[in-house]
Design a protein around this ligand. Structure first.
Ligand code: ADP
Ligand code: MG
Length: 590
């Protein structure tokens, strides 16, 4: 009975059996693990390894409840270094299925077999077999029809098994893995020296250029792994894996940290692609809080959150994130779901090298390209001279030509090629970063209104006013309730005035969104960034606005000074690039 109850926690479905068996093989220091399943594992599962084996006289113990060879005394529980330690898995599995274990240690001259099903034990008896362990599980839940009913279709169970094997394989590149389903090989992973190779084996080698390397160590916590460029973000979090000391874990705080790091780089409905390995002294975590060990407890989870968020942010900032417009020859377009419309990221270097474009043979004619001889739409040369007098150029590269197209896009060049900018998205991005930077120094500059603006306020607005509380002052607002259904605004951020944003409309929106809980108040900084998003969006140049030469010049200058300008705060790209190589290829120059 006790074992069956324990089995309810450990053995939920075939994939949980596979997970326990494979983890045992990893603990046994196997170099190769072969997995076979029939009919989604419900009929039969077999895991074979070349690990240390189980001595014949311990076989019976291996299937006994709470018997483990991995913990010798209570203190060992404080620093568990193996995948298993609870000694429950084999006993639990045997209580709900027929289990056969064949094992041989390197010292033994032959293998031994034990069979276990419920309370029944058969063996151990000698048998032929190689060094290592082979465990076969027949008829999962065969005698527990109530549990068997809860299993999903064979296909669904097979997919889950596939997933768990892939997850475990990613954190153990030094072990070869294979998986056969109904006699057909579905996974074959050779031993790899580099974790990166294994991760790509599993996730798809076409992601090679899209995955950035990360490796940071702070305060005894090492975070390393591979994070995807924003354009390989996915609609679900399936391509997000976290490991703690080699063990796959699911943890909401970690996903949150990852999400925060990509804030503004991907759309809110998409999830970053990332494989992250955390290495923390085992005494600083408690892995013994969940029977399947997928949840853990961190001693200092705030610290961990901030280390993860910051190290990913730093890694993203270093990378050149402008997506390339890569005009792909049709032969290269494959149907892989990770292939996005605009192809791969440029993977290139920063575009600031002086005169780097000269070598590409781009003519730097002073005329706008579209109109080489006719009257000029606007005088770029003059604009540049004015801008240069006003302030020094931020980057070494001389400012390139720029052309506004359909009052919506700006076309220019950089060291890598042709650059197309969405004027609203870029301006919004730049303002967001500037606002964020200014907030770090204190409150946003505020301006008293000569006559307070009074807005009509429903319950939702009043609720919002209350929730925003002290945040309002930091943002440069001074607002108070002035009647049962009105709010008076006495001061507003200078920026909104400057950009001719209608204060009453903005304030009304703000209070309403805060009131309905649309802003995330879980953490003050997050809520603040939500409001800055709003401000930047409202204050930014719109699509359809004709830019003066000065505005155009300023916009390009800002692009160079602001980090992460390649995506707007909502995660849409601000800039696309068509590289010189692509152009040359398209025109048959290569
Ligand atoms: P745990 O892994 O928590 O110790 P299990 O019930 O999974 O508990 O396994 C019980 C014991 O059986 C392990 O402690 C180990 O000694 C032995 N064992 C299980 N699988 C293997 C294997 N593949 N190779 C060597 N020993 C194994
Ligand atoms: Mg185990």
């Amino acid at each position: 009975m006790v074992n069956q109850i324990a089995a309810g926690e450990v053995v939920e479905r075939p994939a949980s059996v596979i997970k326990e068996l494979v983890e045992n093989s990893i603990d046994a220091e196997a170099t190769r693990i072969d997995i076979e399943i029939d009919r989604g594992g419900i009929e039969r599962m077999q895991v074979t390894d070349d690990g240390c084996g189980i001595p014949a006289d311990e076989l019976e113990l291996a299937v006994a409840a709470h018997a483990t060879s991995k913990i010798a005394e209570p203190d060992d529980l404080d620093g568990v270094a193996t995948m298993g330690f609870r000694g429950e898995a084999l006993a639990s599995i045997a209580s709900v299925a027929r289990v056969e274990i064949r094992s041989r240690t390197p010292e033994a001259t032959e293998a031994s077999i034990i069979e276990a099903e419920g309370d029944r034990r058969d063996g151990p008896r000698p048998a032929a077999g190689p060094i290592g362990t082979c465990i076969t599980v027949h008829q999962l839940f065969g005698h527990v029809p109530a549990r068997r009913k809860f299993l999903k279709s064979e296909g669904a169970e097979t997919r889950r098994i596939n997933q768990i094997v892939q997850r475990l394989a990613m954190s153990h590149p030094d072990i070869a893995f294979s998986l056969r389903s109904n006699g057909r090989q579905t996974l074959d992973l050779p031993q790899r020296e580099q974790a990166r190779r294994r991760v790509l084996d599993v996730m798809g080698t076409e992601l090679d250029e899209q995955m950035l390397d990360l490796d940071v160590e702070r305060e005894g916590i090492r975070v390393w792994g591979f994070i995807g460029r924003p354009e390989v973000a996915r609609p679900t979090s399936q391509h997000q894996q976290f490991y703690l000391n080699g063990r796959p874990i699911a943890d909401r705080r970690l996903s949150h940290a990852l999400r925060e790091a990509y804030r503004g780089l991907i759309e809110p409905s998409r999830h970053p692609t990332a494989v992250l390995f955390l290495q923390i002294d085992p005494t600083r975590v408690d892995v013994n809080v969940h029977p399947a060990k997928t949840e853990v407890r961190f001693r200092d989870d705030r610290l961990l959150h901030s280390i993860i968020r910051r190290s990913i942010q730093a890694c993203l900032q270093e990378a050149d994130l402008t997506p390339s417009l890569g005009v792909m020859p049709t032969a290269e377009v494959h149907s892989n779901p990770t292939t996005r419309l605009f192809g791969s990221g440029s993977g290139g270097q920063r575009s600031m090298a002086p005169d780097a474009s000269a070598g590409h043979g781009v003519s730097r004619s002073p005329e706008p390209v579209s109109n080489p001889t006719g009257p000029r739409g606007f005088d770029m040369g003059e604009a540049r001279r004015i801008a240069e007098e006003i302030k020094p150029l931020p980057a070494a590269m001389p400012r390139a030509q720029a052309l506004q197209v359909h009052k919506t896009f700006v076309v220019t060049e950089d060291a890598n090629g042709l650059v197309i900018i969405d004027q609203h998205a870029l301006h919004e991005r730049v303002m967001f970063e500037q606002l964020l930077a200014r907030m770090a120094d204190g409150n946003l500059p505020s301006q008293r209104l000569l006559v307070p603006e009074v807005i009509e306020a429903g319950d939702v607005h009043l609720e919002g006013l209350e929730r925003l509380g002290p945040l309002l002052e930091r943002l440069g607002f001074d607002a108070t309730q002035s009647g049962p259904h009105s709010i008076s605004i006495h001061a507003a951020p200078v920026l909104l005035n400057e950009r001719r944003v209608r204060i009453p409309d903005f304030a009304s929106d703000l209070f309403e969104r805060a009131g309905v809980g649309d802003l995330s108040f879980a953490d003050e900084e997050e809520a603040l960034r939500d409001v800055l998003d709003m401000m930047a969006c409202k204050a930014a140049i719109k699509a359809g606005d004709q830019l003066t030469p000065q505005e155009l010049a300023d916009l390009l200058d800002m692009r160079e000074t602001v980090e992460r300008s390649s995506n707007c705060p909502h995660g849409r790209p601000t800039t696309l690039r068509l590289s010189i190589e692509d152009l040359e290829r398209q025109f048959g120059r290569r």
